[in-house]
Design a protein around this ligand. Structure first.
Ligand code: ATP
Length: 303
């Protein structure tokens, strides 16, 4: 790490539980989200550039399609937010090496924002506390604080309440990726539409899931996976139902749409089972591409 440049590695996430409360009058939904950070990483390098150049960004790597290279990028917003909080003009170049699928329900944009906050803190020796970093993260998006912490955690409310979850063991995942993303707001709108006649209760943390995580019970965790956005994601992208079915048929312990999709995450017993499922999914022809990962892993950290 030089004085003029800091690189931060940040993971993707899957949701083990995503419970969505009714739509509030201001359009937001109260959520209960159990996140697990998994071993797919973006590397974000923030380098000082000459005075007056502002914030610039370049995106390289496996997944660049659909990632904006302007001020709408969440990493740029994160850098500018730090400048406005600490009252200095930010002149930096941000390079994002992307391995996290874009618009895949894996919080890639939030991850890059989290990484940028950590990098800015180190680069300009701001010495922010965890709480300050989380508070800034929250301003950028409800998933950002979790991408700073990593591990396994419960997010409640609008992302402003994050607590670590007690989890033992390592979990093996197979991820079925789609080449075309799903828009998170569109999935929420579809969820509201599909549930418009129903009385939706306030979301609660699943005790069963928590007990299984504590016991390192992968079979139990597989059974306890839930996502209230799954039906909406499948409604907008009917092929996802088939992907879920194929994975279950090939012995996944659990199958779930990650966040707002369209990534489908399969929990498997071990690495061998993961390899078998990855081969079967690829051969089935119903998925675009397949990757494997494990979790939980650390949050955004300087490398
Ligand atoms: P989430 O699960 O947090 O709702 P997601 O994982 O489905 O999000 P992202 O990969 O975060 O989706 O991207 C959603 C959209 O955000 C992209 O289509 C893109 O237009 C925009 N975006 C802004 N900044 C970034 C970034 N750094 N990386 C990826 N997408 C970004």
């Amino acid at each position: 790490m030089g004085n003029n440049s800091v690189t931060v590695r940040v993971p993707a996430k899957v949701n083990l539980q995503l419970s969505v409360g009714p739509r509030e009058s201001d359009g937001f939904h109260n959520l209960v989200s159990v996140f697990q950070a998994i071993s797919i990483f973006d590397d974000v390098t923030v380098s000082k550039s000459h005075a007056g150049s502002g914030v610039t960004i370049s995106v390289t790597g496996e997944h660049t399609h659909g990632v904006p290279e302007d001020h709408s990028n969440l990493a740029v917003k994160a850098a500018l937010l730090v400048g406005s909080k600490f009252d200095f003009a930010v002149d930096v170049h941000i390079e994002v090496k992307k391995s996290i699928p874009v618009a895949g329900g894996m919080a890639g944009g939030s991850a890059d924002a989290a990484a940028t906050l950590i990098a800015m803190d180190a680069l300009f020796q701001l010495d922010m506390s965890r709480e300050e970093l989380h508070a800034l993260g929250c301003e950028l998006g409800s998933d950002v604080p979790f991408m700073i912490s990593g591990g396994t955690a419960i997010g409640q409310g609008r992302g402003d309440q994050l607590t670590a979850a007690l989890s033992r063991g390592t979990y093996q995942w197979v991820l079925a990726l789609s080449s075309v993303g799903l828009s998170t707001p569109a999935v929420y709108t579809e969820c509201d539409r599909m549930r418009s006649e129903l009385d939706i209760a306030a979301p609660q943390v699943s005790d069963v899931l928590m007990q299984c995580l504590l016991a390192a019970d992968a079979i139990g965790v597989g059974n306890a996976l839930t996502n209230d956005l799954q039906n909406a994601a499948c409604s907008l992208r009917p092929a996802l139902s088939l992907v879920l079915e194929v994975g279950r048929d090939y012995g996944a312990l659990g199958a779930i749409v990650s966040g707002s999709g369209p990534t489908v995450a399969f929990l498997v017993a071990d690495e061998d089972a993961g390899l078998d499922l990855a081969v079967a999914l690829t051969a089935s022809g119903v998925v675009g591409s397949v990757t494997r990962a494990h979790g939980p892993v650390h949050g955004a950290k300087i490398i």
